[in-house]
Unconditional design. Structure first.
Length: 524
């Protein structure tokens, strides 16, 4: 069996990334790794290559497509390119939209973690009988059959497969991209939102206390069936409580990527500071986002081992982390991160700056903890990016005013950027059934204008600075090139008389645009 796996993650409606252009997710490489270890021949493709017709899918027996809910249009465009020449399977976070995916013609949808389904799915696709495949949803005539059962992958199955390293080369700009390497699966936040919920007919949490102070095992469920975690988030629903990947497996993968020329590695985790916390409570599940505190020994062992890789130690390869939960950031934690990750970015979720709203969303932290985390991380030499969401359930003018105030404080405390997302009511989350914010909503506009003004200020700080840029391609006009800031920053357009493609160069920033910055090569 030959499988074509198409990565549509973040490809949106048009089949190509318009934001996070330099990100390579960890999921598709893991699927390739699992399939290869099952003896299946598999090739990975970027969505844009398939949708724009640069590669054909002839010669394959099965199509697999990975994406998020916001990528369904691109997943369907890929399916059209496939043209029904064999079974087509959808996976990734878009699995919660399985009805839509099946209606468009996908044969089956894999729910959540690939390890649980793929070994039997391969046999099921060969025999044409998906009845025995765990965690898949498929159509049987007019009927939609779901084989999804509660639960999550545990060792020895979990971490028994290594993501494929070689297929990173299938991404055109892999050498310059931020390549995500999974270090934690799932999230420890099993708190739940206390806002009224459409899925309960407008009812809400009764405050029984189980998910906030109960036994760790008991926190997996809520007597009312409210999905765990922040109300807008899918992670605990799809991927379960936080489980840490053994150091040796992470190091082996990073070594492989570095050998192939990858220069930027992001240690991917819904919360990097969950790393090793699960080992402190096992065999119970880590469903408490606050206790125990961060496992400093485990984090140090991981970061130290990664910094023992020659090119990382010499500063030729950057290692970064993805997100941290603000409530787990203490002075000691920040200092430890600063020792290994100085000069790199780290994401901190605020979402709402209104103290009551923040907690009611199901956040594990308080607003003051977010601000303290930003301050400590900055002091330790990291570059915090703070995230907010507009249009959330429970949003009011009061919450928006407070969010603006807190973002301003965060910026003064050293947040390098503040980033605003628009709320999307994802299926299977607690906020399913809430409306999306209307375009032109005045509260959303107020937040957006404020964030854009901060963005302009933070970009203007770059004027005259010299930054390292990995130049990946030509940019329209003759003599213009596009590249990515190292270790992380805005996309850069460079004007130069000589060919810069494939090189890492110093660039002096001479102009800032809405999304990118412009510069010229600098000898400094
Ligand atoms: S378990 Fe459910 S009802 Fe109890 S506190 Fe948590 S969300 Fe509320």
């Amino acid at each position: 069996m030959r499988i074509a796996l198409v990565d549509c993650l973040a490809a949106g409606r048009v089949g190509r990334r318009l934001s996070s252009v330099d990100v390579i997710g960890s999921g598709p490489r893991l699927v390739v790794g699992i399939l290869k270890s099952l003896g299946v021949e598999v090739e990975l493709f970027e969505c844009s290559d398939v949708v724009e017709g640069r590669v054909g899918l002839g010669g394959f027996d099965v199509l697999m497509v990975s994406g998020m809910s916001s990528d369904i249009a691109s997943m369907v465009s890929t399916l059209r390119r496939w043209g029904g020449r064999g079974p087509a399977v959808a996976g990734g976070p878009a699995c919660t939209d399985y009805e839509e995916l099946l209606r468009y013609g996908f044969t089956a949808v894999v729910w959540g973690e690939a390890e649980l389904s793929l070994p039997k799915l391969v046999k099921g696709l060969t025999s044409g009988d998906l009845g025995g495949v765990p965690n898949v949803i498929y159509r049987d005539g007019e009927r939609v059959v779901s084989r999804v059962r509660p639960g999550y992958a545990v060792e020895p199955l979990l971490w028994s497969f290594q993501p494929d390293v070689e297929s990173v080369r299938r991404y055109r700009y892999y050498w310059a991209s931020r390549v995500y390497v999974e270090v934690v699966r799932g999230c420890s936040n099993f708190f739940r939102t206390t806002l009224p919920l459409p899925l309960l007919g407008g009812g809400r949490c009764t405050g029984c206390g189980v998910c906030r102070s109960g036994d760790l095992e008991a926190r997996l469920g809520c007597p009312l069936g409210i999905p765990p975690g922040c109300g807008y988030c899918l992670v605990p629903v799809l991927y379960g409580p936080a489980r840490s990947r053994p150091v040796a497996k992470v190091v082996e993968e990073v070594e492989g990527l570095v050998k192939l020329g990858v220069r930027r590695v992001v240690l991917s985790a819904p919360d990097f500071l969950d790393y090793g916390r699960d080992w402190l409570v096992r065999p119970r599940p880590l469903t408490d986002p606050r206790e125990p505190p961060a496992n400093l020994d485990a984090i140090e062992e991981l970061l130290n081992s990664l910094h023992s890789i020659g090119r990382v130690a010499r500063g030729e390869v950057y290692v970064m982390v993805e997100n941290v939960k603000p409530n787990l950031v203490t002075e000691e934690v920040a200092k430890l991160l600063g020792r290994y990750l100085r000069g790199t970015t780290v994401n901190v979720g605020l979402e709402s700056g209104d103290p009551e709203h923040h907690v009611a969303l199901g956040r594990p932290s308080t607003v003051e903890e977010v601000l303290r985390a930003v301050h400590l991380l900055r002091e330790a030499g990291l570059r915090p990016y703070v995230y907010a969401i507009h249009g959330l359930p429970g949003e009011s003018w009061r919450t928006v005013r407070n969010t603006i105030k807190v973002l301003r404080r965060a910026y003064r405390l050293g947040a390098e950027r503040v980033i605003l997302y628009r709320f999307r009511p994802l299926r299977a989350t607690a906020f399913e059934g809430y409306p999306e914010p209307r375009p032109g909503d005045p509260r959303g506009l107020a937040l957006r204008r404020f964030v854009e003004s901060l963005e302009r200020r933070s970009k203007r700080r770059l004027l005259g600075e010299v930054i390292r840029v990995a130049v990946v391609d030509r940019y329209g006009r003759e003599g213009y090139y596009v590249g990515y800031t190292l270790p992380h920053g805005p996309v850069v357009v460079v004007r130069s008389g000589e060919d810069l493609v494939g090189r890492v160069v110093n660039v002096r920033v001479v102009e800032v645009g809405a999304r990118e910055v412009y510069g010229v090569p600098s000898g400094d």
